[in-house]
Every structure is written in structure tokens, then in C-alpha cells.
Design a protein around this ligand. Structure first.
Ligand SMILES: [Zn+2]
Length: 249
């Protein structure tokens, strides 16, 4: 039952994340106006706003003008629901679950905006930073010193890499990792960086092989950092343990 509640909650929050992903880069308010068809501006009725369900009831089209809705919308909703469920299964029903789910929601918004615009918005990072510090103070860890050192170490390492690779990494990525440091603390931000470069390497190669991206295309790094942070948040401590007990033994 808890599983079902968290999936439904995730899907509903995912629907709000869609609004954030669409409107924030366009400098529009995320509260006003209410959801409407982007083509004919007709305001959508309650039954047309049920996440995922409405998309299929409407067969992915506006009922008034026939314009297709992007399949991105139900996809983001489903992803959010499933990731929340995964968080529940790993973390359990504890205060930390709130932290992990809120962080995941931010990671989803940052991932899709970066994918669309190659941009990580300062206003999103500011809210992300504020939420992280507040939640950590509430939960009691990581300690404030750990948060600050992690922000400096994470941001600093990425800055060095950005300089060495001459622009392979943007200012947004550096700030993103610094904020993640606040959320995760030193140990997990280091795991995050290792994972991001590993996933970025494999993922970048796959995008080239599958011809999703060409050799000259810019591949945003934010989504790889976000994926690394998510895995680090759920499995970081186990990964560190495993590393020191097998590979580094
Ligand atoms: Zn329409």
C-alpha cells in the first residue's frame, strides 16, 4: 500500500516537475496561469489534468485543436513515480526518504532543462541549495562543516577539470556539483564525481554509437552528474565499502 501511495505521489509531483521544466527556462511563473494547451490556449479541465491517465484518455492530443502533446509529459511523470518507489525500497520509511525524494525531484528538473537547453539555471540551483541545507539541518547530518567542505571540494575539483579540458565543463556544472556537495557531504560527493565521469564516458560513447549525437554535438554533462548523484545518494556508502573491501584490498 505504501508502495502504491509513493508511486502515485511521485507521478503527481512529476506532473508539477513538467511545469517547472517547461516554464522555468522561459522565465514564466510555475503557478500562473493554470495548465492550458500550448497551441490554442484552452484551459484544461480537471479530468484532462490527471497525470499519465489523461494523456492516454486524450490519445496524446488536445481535445480542442487536435495538437499533439509531447510524450515527454507522461514519461517524466512515470520516471518520477518509479524513482520515488526505488528510493522507498532502498531508504525505507524514514525522514531520509523525504530528503532523497526532494533531491530526486530537483535532479529530474535539472536533467531535463540541461538536456533541452544545455543550461543549469541559477534560480533552480539556489532553491536546490536552500532546500538541501534546510533538510540536512532538520535530519542532523551531514554536519554543516561537512556540507561546506563538500561544496568546496566538489566545485573545486570540477573547476580544475573545466580548466584542464578547456570548456568541456560549464560554469553551471561547477555550481551544480557544489550544491550537491551541500546535499551529500564529502564522501558521497566524491562518489558522485567518480560515478558521473564513469556514466558520462559510457553514456557519451553510447550516444555516439547509437548516433543520437554526432561527434561535433555538445553533450550536456548535467544529466550524468544528476545520475551519479542519485546512485551515490542511494548506494554511495555500499559502493565505498565494496571498493575498499574488494578492489583496493
Ligand atoms: Zn489545443
Amino acid at each position: 500500500m505504501v508502495d502504491l501511495i509513493i508511486v502515485v505521489l511521485g507521478i503527481i509531483i512529476g506532473s508539477f516537475l513538467n511545469v517547472c521544466i517547461y516554464r522555468l527556462p522561459r522565465n514564466q511563473s510555475i503557478l500562473n496561469p493554470p495548465s492550458h494547451c500550448l497551441d490554442c490556449n484552452t484551459q484544461l479541465k480537471a479530468w484532462e489534468l490527471i497525470p499519465i491517465v489523461s494523456y492516454f484518455l486524450l490519445r496524446g492530443k488536445c481535445r480542442y485543436c487536435g495538437k499533439s502533446y509531447s510524450s515527454r509529459y507522461p514519461m517524466v511523470e512515470l520516471i518520477t513515480g518509479l524513482l520515488f518507489l526505488w528510493c522507498l525500497q532502498i531508504v525505507g520509511l524514514r525522514p531520509e526518504l523525504l530528503k532523497v525524494c526532494i533531491c530526486t525531484a530537483f535532479l529530474i528538473v535539472i536533467t531535463f532543462i540541461d538536456y533541452d537547453y544545455q543550461l543549469i539555471l541559477d534560480k533552480v540551483l539556489l532553491w536546490f541549495a536552500g532546500a538541501g541545507v534546510a533538510i540536512n539541518l532538520y535530519i542532523g547530518y551531514p554536519h554543516i562543516a561537512d556540507m561546506l567542505i563538500a561544496a568546496l571540494v566538489g566545485g573545486g575539483l570540477l573547476l580544475i577539470i573545466a580548466v584542464l579540458t578547456k570548456g568541456g565543463m560549464g560554469g553551471g556544472d561547477i555550481k551544480f556539483v557544489a550544491v550537491l556537495g551541500l546535499w551529500l557531504g564529502v564522501k558521497l560527493i566524491i562518489v558522485t564525481l567518480f560515478l558521473s565521469f564513469f556514466i558520462g564516458g559510457v553514456g557519451g560513447a553510447l550516444l555516439l554509437v547509437l548516433k543520437v549525437k554526432g561527434r561535433k554535438d555538445f553533450i550536456p554533462f548535467g544529466p550524468f552528474i544528476a545520475t551519479g548523484a542519485f546512485i551515490s545518494m542511494l548506494f554511495g556508502s555500499e559502493l565505498v565499502w565494496w571498493y575498499f573491501h574488494t578492489i583496493a584490498k
